[in-house]
Design a protein around this ligand. Structure first.
Ligand code: PMP
Length: 443
């Protein structure tokens, strides 16, 4: 497959080779799937993408999740173009769509009493943590093993870089990690142990979770897990932060909190919140907490500073607003969810038929194809970097093979489905998966 990939994607290879002289590693984006090299995309349309060599792909990457309506969704694109013609990309002042999107988010997320747009998921997590610390007067933040909450100094540990246990590593001083702790996912006693430990040492400011499971569902969680976490947070006086960057407006229009019927104190938004347009971030939650961001303006509270030159630009506000409206109108979460079910069911059949060491599972339109067996459980232990590397290598090799057959996935192990994925598209996708499974050896 790798040889085939090299000939089929010749022009991409040439451009990436040139890019390496100007751009570190030849890639600008950590999602640019770079095994054996990234492909250069020139056109996208609904479920399809086309590269510079003229190859066509079914797009199960969806830019990592923001385009649940399908890539380059025309009704939103038209509104964005109208807005740019009227008022350009940004003014730094207020635009009516900032109000409209805040009201729209509140409508679907009853836990959100006040809403603030921010530049990205990472920044929104940073702001949430600041608020939690100011509101509680405590420092410790607990996350789950294998979870991803952006790449800030205090949160990036575990999935992408090792837990350094307080030592300097990867350009991050050990101190930055000192107040970030991890608990084992799905094990309440592990979380409670950390909460109890902290109680005698200054307490816990917040517990932050992806409510569909760490790394947004790669590690599935039990049905009542979020409810139980809510209870533990109340018992120990910690703020509960739901990171709904992936699950918000995807698992259902009311996010995972609607799906699981659990009310967090603060919610992080990203991705779909700007419909694939730039500056995709947002933070919403309890009024008394959110007021910390506006301290000095509205309340006598201590200020949790949050900034961003392009945060809340009119394009992201308008694109997010119309994206949510279109999700509502088209039932996109349910349609994409059914497509995810069909894809996963088909993958399960293929895995059985070709006796592959994989497991396929999904939560609606978030679909996973993972290595089975012990590796699957081990990678979610805290640390576990060796297993993670081995898994990553295997899934990346498979990902390259999928691409050679015209399927773009997230690193060979995650697929997002969208409103554009009809039964025919999913079945065509499954045919392409089957072509790979028929031809690979040594998996
Ligand atoms: N949280 C989760 C659950 C995410 O999946 C991501 C991005 N993949 C982030 C936070 C960070 O968001 P951003 O990339 O917008 O900074």
């Amino acid at each position: 497959y790798l040889d085939y990939f090299h000939t089929r994607c010749k022009k991409s290879k040439e451009m990436i080779t040139e890019a390496k002289e100007h751009i570190p590693g030849g890639v600008q984006h950590n999602l640019a799937f770079n095994h054996p090299f990234p492909i250069v995309i020139t056109k996208v349309d609904g479920p399809y993408m086309y590269d510079i060599d003229g190859n066509e792909y079914i797009d199960f990457l969806q830019a990592g999740g923001p385009t649940i309506l399908g890539s380059n969704y025309k009704p939103v694109q038209e509104k964005v173009i109208e807005l740019i013609k009227e008022c350009g990309p940004v003014t730094g002042l207020f635009h009516e769509y900032e109000l409209k999107i805040a009201k729209e988010v509140k409508k679907h997320f009853p836990s959100v009493e006040l809403y603030r747009m921010l530049g990205s998921g990472t920044e929104s997590v940073m702001a949430a943590i600041r608020i939690a610390r100011l509101a509680t007067g405590k420092k410790k933040i607990i996350k789950l093993g294998g979870a991803y909450h952006g790449w800030s100094d205090q949160m990036v540990y575990g999935l992408h870089i090792p837990n350094t246990r307080g030592f300097e590593a990867h350009g991050i001083p050990g101190k930055c990690r000192r107040n970030t702790q991890e608990a084992y996912p799905n094990k309440l006693h592990s979380l409670e142990r950390v909460l109890r430990f902290n109680r005698l040492r200054g307490g816990t400011a917040a517990v932050i979770v992806e409510p569909v499971g760490p790394e947004s569902g790669t590690r599935p969680i039990d049905k009542d897990y979020n409810k139980n976490i809510r209870e533990l947070c109340d018992k120990y006086g910690a703020i509960l932060i739901f990171d709904e960057v992936v699950s918000g407006f995807r698992i259902g229009i009311g996010g995972a909190q609607g799906y699981f019927d659990v009310k967090p104190d603060l919610t992080i938004f990203g991705k779909i919140i700007a419909g694939g347009y730039p500056s995709a971030g947002g933070l919403g939650g309890r009024k008394d907490l959110m007021e910390h961001i506006a301290a000095g303006l509205q309340s006598g509270k201590k200020r949790a500073y949050a900034g961003g030159t392009l945060a809340a630009n009119p394009i992201s506000a308008l694109a997010g607003y119309y994206t949510i409206k279109e999700i509502e109108r088209t039932n996109a979460c349910e349609v994409a969810g059914r497509a995810g079910d069909r894809l996963t069911k088909g993958l399960k059949e293929l895995i059985r038929h070709y006796d592959l060491p994989f497991v396929a599972y999904n939560q609606g339109s978030i679909c996973h194809l993972e290595t089975a067996g012990t590796m699957f459980t081990k990678i979610f232990r805290l640390g576990g970097m060796k297993e993670m590397k081995a898994r990553k290598h295997m899934m990346e090799e498979m990902g390259a093979a999928y691409m050679a057959e015209g399927l773009v996935t997230l690193a060979g192990s995650r697929m997002y489905t969208s409103l554009a994925d009809t039964d025919e598209i999913i079945d065509e996708g499954l045919n392409r998966f089957e072509s790979v499974f028929k031809n690979v050896e040594g998996v």
